[in-house]
Design a binder for this molecule. Structure first.
Ligand code: SAH
Ligand code: SF4
Ligand code: F3S
Length: 510
């Protein structure tokens, strides 16, 4: 991104100006270009540059001394991890974290745009923040994350929530010091939303939420353009980090005692497709990462279309590569999948799962499903139900279709009545529960390896952790087991978790 583009896509707006709201909304539109489907579709194979030049300018290093920050995160792991980066930047600026809005000097809402109800929650929260701002006019309020990338959202904030101090997008996170400084010293609302993604920024600071499990970005953005989905617009085009940077980050985490990493991307199977000078994909990356001395490696999210044999072969090697595969299917009907532009059909999906089950016999599968996509008939919904049974998923995230402005599906008539959508969701969820219980019952009296994360939320006497297949296990054990992988015998299976007894302190990882 050059300086010209930067200026074209950012703006400082003074809501207190005498101009009418309509005026500065117009002014804003003249400087802000929302990501458009047309432009996005034209995404070329421009070379991605790696920017290692991130530094916090000296005049911003102490801005936060004696002050506290609070970040509320919505949405997916990508956002959770972005929050860790923003926490890292604010910490380097001298800020300290706080877990209450009351004591904060800066509050950031890291937002999600995936469905309408996700956005409504955020607008509700922005409304609440007004009272805090009235009590403490020095409080800085910032809206960032995926919603900030939407023109309609930014306009609504400009018009209805003028007490907000900063709006910045997912491509501007590394500009946080400059944005905070501007907001602190000017009375104007600072709006900095780049419609065009920049380069891959390396060496950003991070304050990770835990000391046991860590997220590692392997790529940013998404080029899949599923017709219902806002993510390719809010996150920009696919950009992969270089293998050596990822490997170094995982090694560093291993040296620091982390037990598990989850590699992150909206479509991790597209990793490396943007490299112009080498053929290197997720399979190659996993094959190198598995040699690092860290007990568990996961990745999310997979797209069935790009899941290649090379990756399956590498996963079949096992070891520290976990056998749990999250493989969103969205629908069991080939016609619906076509309308969704998922670029695979029911048979190809089932074939892929069959192949994986054959090559990785221990593999477990989870998925994402949307019900009530435009024109989805009862029969097509039944195909989703039958596919679910056929694959025998361990569990699923299920959603009612929500039209997102600017996506191709939003132009289709949202013609399934809400009662029908709800009824389908209920039936699907009943099936999800039924299979989840069955899968968990099969673990009764089995011995599983659990990475112990800490005390259970409900009862400090009980420890909680996850198996290699990401099942939640609660059991009695010594606090010394926290952060270790221990063997647990399952004593009782429930729908969403299992209870057990610890039988061995630590497990040797081979
Ligand atoms: N990149 C991931 C998913 C990202 S969003 C993937 O491709 O699988 C997480 C899930 O939200 C999606 O898998 C989908 O099931 C759901 N989702 C996305 N857009 C949606 C919409 N407009 N309405 C309802 N659910 C949606
Ligand atoms: Fe959205 Fe499809 Fe990209 Fe997933 S692969 S983020 S569902 S466009
Ligand atoms: Fe939501 Fe953005 Fe993630 S829209 S699901 S936070 S990529």
């Amino acid at each position: 991104m050059n300086e010209k583009q930067r200026l074209e896509t950012s703006a400082q707006i003074n809501p207190a100006d005498k101009k009418s709201v309509k005026d500065y909304s117009q002014y804003f539109q003249s400087v802000y270009q929302p990501p458009s489907l047309q432009d996005a579709k034209k995404r070329g194979k421009e070379e991605i540059k790696i920017d290692r030049g991130f530094i916090i300018p000296e005049d911003m290093l102490n801005l936060g001394v004696g002050r506290k920050f609070y970040i509320r995160t919505y949405g997916c792991q990508m956002n959770e991890h972005d929050t860790e980066v923003m926490a890292g930047i604010l910490t380097e600026m001298g800020y300290e974290p706080t877990d209450s809005v009351e004591t904060a000097d800066i509050v950031l809402l890291n937002t999600c745009a995936i469905r309408e109800n996700a956005e409504n929650k955020v607008f509700g929260e922005i409304g609440h923040l007004k009272t805090y701002k009235k009590r403490n006019p020095n409080l800085l309020i910032g809206i960032c994350g995926c919603m900030s990338q939407e023109e309609s959202v930014v306009n609504r904030i400009l018009q209805k929530h003028q007490f907000v101090d900063m709006v910045f997008g997912t491509h501007n996170i590394h500009r946080l010091p400059q944005i905070v400084k501007e907001a602190m010293f000017s009375k104007e609302m600072v709006v900095e939303v780049w419609s065009k993604e920049g380069d891959v920024i390396e060496n950003l600071p991070r304050v990770r939420k835990g000391e046991i499990k860590a997220w590692v970005n392997i790529m940013y953005g998404c080029d899949k353009f599923c017709t219902y989905c806002i993510v390719p617009y809010t996150r920009g085009k696919e950009r992969s980090r270089l293998p050596q940077d990822i490997i170094e980050e995982v090694r560093h985490l291993a040296r620091n005692g982390y037990q598990e990493v989850t590699l992150l991307g909206q479509n991790v199977n597209a990793y490396g497709k943007d490299f112009t000078d080498m053929k290197y994909g997720l399979g190659e990356l996993m094959d190198e990462l598995r040699k690092i001395d860290i007990p568990r490696i996961r990745f999310t999210t997979s797209h069935p279309r790009d899941f290649d044999d090379r990756l399956i072969d590498v996963l079949a090697k096992g070891g520290n590569l976990m056998e749990h595969i999250h493989l969103p299917v969205q629908s069991g009907s080939s016609e619906v999948l076509k309308l969704m532009a998922r670029k695979y059909d029911r048979e190809t999906y089932l074939e892929l799962v069959r192949k994986m089950k054959e090559r990785i016999p221990n593999a477990s599968f989870t998925t994402d499903i949307i019900v009530g996509f435009p024109n989805e008939t009862d029969e097509q919904f039944e195909e989703t139900m039958s596919l679910y049974r056929e694959v025998e998923f361990d569990t699923a995230y299920t959603f009612i279709y929500s039209p997102r402005e600017g996506t191709p599906a939003a132009k289709m008539e949202d013609n399934i009545p809400m009662e029908v959508k709800k009824e389908r969701l209920q039936r699907l969820n009943a099936l999800v529960n039924e299979l989840a219980v069955q899968k968990n019952l099969a673990l009764q009296d089995q011995i599983v390896e659990v990475l112990v994360e800490g005390e259970s939320k409900k009862n400090p006497e009980i420890l909680a952790g996850y198996t290699s297949k990401n099942k939640l296990i609660n059991f009695k054990g010594p606090k010394s087991a926290i952060g270790k992988i221990v063997k647990v015998k399952i004593t009782q299976a429930k729908t969403w978790s299992l209870d057990g007894e610890m039988i061995e302190e630590a497990v040797e990882v081979n």
